[in-house]
Design a protein around this ligand. Structure first.
Ligand code: NAD
Ligand code: DAU
Length: 352
């Protein structure tokens, strides 16, 4: 038995693969084309595990996918692969269209061909799980109820529009061809191996290296934070027992304004690794130009997942954020390796 994971060298994908092997011996075929966001160092703990088969390749390469499906005959495909950073999608949307829409389409086509040729028993057991985002629902007013699965799609950035398009394709493959799909729409993740272009790891890294802590606009935009390992456990639950064709929202009921998150990070760092000059890290906070089209608020109503599948997050924001800061303090080498090369070019383009 095996599963095929795409994007398994990225932030959430690598956490998922590591967690998978902490509870299962089932083989994982890990397909990732190693963009700037893919990092095999995340998976170094699996180098002696023959159950982890890494393949460098693109989800849009139908011939490659077909050969992998033929060779390994997985019982499920979990699609994490994507271009994931909103700011990059604003600077250059093309890669987002290619991977998130065209790539997902090709992956679905290869999957459909494989699935159609399975026996009836194998067909019934097969799953295609698509990992998506709360950003497809757009931006919430201050007092509006959190997004549930019935909320209309209203994506506002090239990133969220491309994810919304991929969600629609996945849905259509179920409706039209009967492909046994599941979709998860999750809120903002944080935790180990988070690439330091995203708010939380960027703030930790910049704080420790004496750089400015950039706050877009007034810093009052709200995100709903979930520790990455809780996202991974939700995906495993949906894979096990999710109802075919259904969407499950995943979130931790942790709405926080960006400025509050940054202050929390500064306070934890002041406690765990105070600045040598005695100053507080929050003196490094700098307000910068806002993100164009910046969504004001996201909030996820995860009650369907809790009610139907009994899932609950294990971490509160307070426990998860402390673990995360400690992880970055303990993994200077990882941070140093990802903050070289391509990442530096990106930081210059974005912040200078
Ligand atoms: P990430 O950018 O850290 O990782 C993406 C991975 O996909 C990388 O390893 C990259 O090399 C790989 N990849 C990109 N294009 C590919 C292609 N064409 N073929 C094969 N591999 C390719 O992203 P992440 O934060 O880990 O997000 C994973 C998934 O979860 C994405 O689909 C994203 O939309 C979704 N998601 C992310 C969050 C979040 O807070 N990070 C929240 C909800 C949903
Ligand atoms: O909601 C789920 C989404 O969360 C995922 O689908 C995306 O893949 C993931 O990148 C994330 O998107 P966000 O845009 O919310 O995350 P990011 O970390 O880029 O930004 C979080 C908030 O912090 C957002 O309001 C923008 C703000 N921000 C971000 C950066 C990088 C800043 O104020 N300063 C910054 O330097």
């Amino acid at each position: 038995m095996s599963i095929l994971v795409t994007g398994g060298a990225g932030f959430i994908g690598s956490n998922f693969v590591l967690d998978w092997f902490a509870q299962s011996q089932e083989t994982v075929i890990n397909l990732d084309n190693l963009t700037y966001a893919g990092n095999l160092a995340n998976l170094s703990g699996l180098k002696d595990n023959p159950g982890h088969v890494f393949i460098r390749g693109d989800i849009g390469d139908v011939a490659l996918i077909a050969s992998l499906l033929e060779k390994y005959r997985p019982r499920a495909i979990l699609n994490f692969a994507a271009e994931s950073h909103v700011d990059r999608s604003i600077h250059g949307p093309e890669d987002f269209i290619q991977t998130n829409i065209v790539g997902t389409f090709h992956l679905l086509e290869a999957t459909r061909a494989y699935w159609s040729a399975l026996t009836e028993v194998e067909k019934a057991a097969f799953r295609f799980l698509h990992v998506s985002t709360d950003e497809v629902y757009g931006s919430l007013e201050k007092d509006a109820p959190a997004f549930n699965e019935e909320h209309r799609y209203e994506p506002n950035s090239p990133y969220s529009a491309s994810k919304a398009a991929s969600d629609h394709l996945v849905r259509a493959y179920h409706h039209t061809y009967g492909l046994p799909v599941l979709t998860t729409n999750c809120s903002n993740n944080y935790g180990p191996y988070h690439f330091p272009e995203k708010l939380i790891p960027l703030i930790i890294h910049n704080a420790l290296s004496g750089r400015a802590l950039p706050i877009y606009g007034d810093g009052q935009q709200i995100r709903d934070w979930l520790y990455v390992k809780d996202h991974c456990s939700a995906i495993r639950r949906v894979l096990e027992d999710g109802r075919l064709g259904e969407t499950y929202n995943v979130g931790g009921w942790n709405e926080k304004a960006n400025l509050e998150v940054v202050h929390t990070l500064c306070d934890i760092l002041d406690e765990l690794q105070p600045r040598s000059d005695g100053q507080l890290y929050k003196t490094q906070i700098t307000y910068v130009k806002d993100r164009p089209g910046h969504d004001r608020r996201y909030a996820i109503d995860a009650s369907k997942l809790e009610r139907e599948l009994g899932w609950k997050p294990a971490e509160t924001f307070e426990t998860g954020i402390r673990k995360t800061v400690q992880w970055y303090l303990d993994h200077h080498d990882w941070v140093a390796s990802v903050t070289s090369g391509n990442y530096r070019n990106w930081v210059e383009q974005q912040y200078t």
